[in-house]
Each structure stands twice: as C-alpha cells, then as structure tokens.
Design a protein around this ligand. Structure first.
Ligand code: PEP
Length: 253
C-alpha cells in the first residue's frame, strides 16, 4: 500500500506567532476530523522548524519538512542549512528541487541529485519536485522532459533508496496561478512517471513509491485529483496557509 500524503509548502510566508497558530489549528482540526492513515507534512520556513516540532509531537500522522537543504556536508557556506542540521533537530523530510528553487536559484538536475544523496545519507526523505513549463507542455515532449528530471536526479539510487523518496509532480504553469492541471492531465503524467520507474526498478518498486500532485490544489479540486489511481496525495502551496482549506484537502485524501 502506497503512503497517502498531503504536504503543505508555506514558502516564505507566516510570522512566528502565525506559524504556531496555523500549526495548532491544523493539529486540532485533523485530530477531530481526519480519519484514515494520511500523512500530513508541513513545510514551514526553516526558522520555525524547532518550535513547530513541539506542536506536532502528539500527532504521529504529522511531520515536518524543510523547504531546502545544502548539497554540502558543512563548512563555509554562509546562509545554508545542512541535512545534518535538519537531522539533528529531528526533521524527517526535505523539499528538493521545487520549481522556485530551480528557477530563482538555478538548481540543476545534477545539483539536485547531490541534495537527494546528502538528505538520504542523513536519514531525511527528499520530496523531489519535478514538472514542465507551459512552453514545454505546448511545444515539447513534456512527458520526456519530466522523465529526464527524474532520470538525472534519482536514477543513480538503489531501489531501497528510491523508496525513501517521495515524488511531487508540479507543472510550473499550475503553481500559484490558480490553474490546476485536470485530473486527466495529472494522471497521464503520474502514470508515465510510474512506468518510467518500473522500466528501471521493476513494477514492485514503482507501485510502492508515492507520487504527489502539486499546482493550485484547493479543497474544491482535491477530491477529483486524489481519486486518480496514480495520484497519492498533494503538495499544496497557497491553500496550505489556511487551516480550514488545508484540512478539507487532507480530508479529501
Ligand atoms: C507549491 O508551491 O508547491 C504549489 C503547488 O503552490 P500552489 O498550490 O500555490 O500552486
């Protein structure tokens, strides 16, 4: 059985008291309303991780993710946060290769492979983001492009290592735009990525890996998206900043 996951990427939003309030509200609402074994992963700004850890302690279905980590072990890299540091405060997941990191910080598939490696070395599961631009969808082999992102950043891993990775397919044209990929468009890509993984690692491994969809997911669109056979949950941006909306998305999963 694949893990069902709903992750909330807060990006660079929320002040300290707001971060605590949102986390407490989410934990309370989930305790009251969410049935079943969905994993909820909150991805707040790194500065809040230690504080928020205390607020999810009693809720085993909640976990925290950093939004990024360095590809280096330690040393003179001012402003960076290492995987070892995340491990030392008990963080279980890290986003790797979000399209905003790829776009604004020039993160390449090769660099992301190094980030995946170091996260795994320190026992942290990468949530590996991939996805095509609108131009690529309209003019190129967009499925081939996303498959290649996975090949170049993940296919050096062993099957066992790969199963510690969560994949998040996030078409760039749907992130923060209000444009959601239709359930058919998302399912097409998820099935293609699962087949790509099966061709390299075998059907059993491909069947086990969770592939999340991200891109303007709301409570209104979540039901249909999450009902698709190869969509195992969502990576949610804007709608994860509102406790009622995000709880409704978790309930859809
Ligand atoms: C994201 O940042 O990963 C994301 C999917 O954002 P949004 O839901 O706001 O499109």
């Amino acid at each position: 059985m694949r893990k069902k996951i709903v992750a909330g990427n807060w990006k660079m939003n929320k002040l300290a008291d707001e971060a605590v309030a949102l986390t407490s509200e989410l934990v309370n609402m989930a305790n009251d309303e969410v049935k079943g074994d969905v994993k909820v992963i909150l991805c707040p700004p790194a500065i809040y991780l230690t504080t928020l850890k205390k607020y999810i302690e009693e809720s085993p279905n909640f976990a925290l993710a950093a939004q990024n980590c360095s590809d280096k072990v330690s040393g003179a890299f001012t402003g960076e946060i290492s995987a070892a540091m995340l491990q030392s405060i008990g963080i279980e997941y890290v986003l790797v290769g979000h399209s905003e990191r790829r776009q604004y910080f020039n993160e390449s598939n090769e660099l992301l492979a190094a980030k995946v490696n170091i996260a795994l070395e320190y026992g942290i599961s990468p949530i590996f983001c991939c996805g095509e631009s609108l131009d690529q969808r309209q003019n190129e082999d967009y499925i081939g492009f996303v498959k290649n992102q996975i090949t170049e950043s993940l296919f050096h891993l062993s099957a066992e290592q790969l199963l510690s990775v969560v994949i998040a397919y996030e078409p760039i044209w749907a992130i923060g735009t209000g444009l959601t990929a239709s359930a058919e468009q998302a399912q097409e890509m998820h099935a293609a990525l699962r087949a790509h993984i099966a061709a390299k690692y075998g059907a059993e491994t491909a069947e086990e890996i969770s592939i999340l969809y991200g891109g303007s997911v709301t409570a209104a669109s979540a039901d249909e998206l999450f009902a698709s056979p190869d969509i195992d949950g969502g990576l949610v941006g804007g709608a994860s900043l509102k406790s009622r909306e995000f709880t409704n998305i978790i309930k859809a999963r």
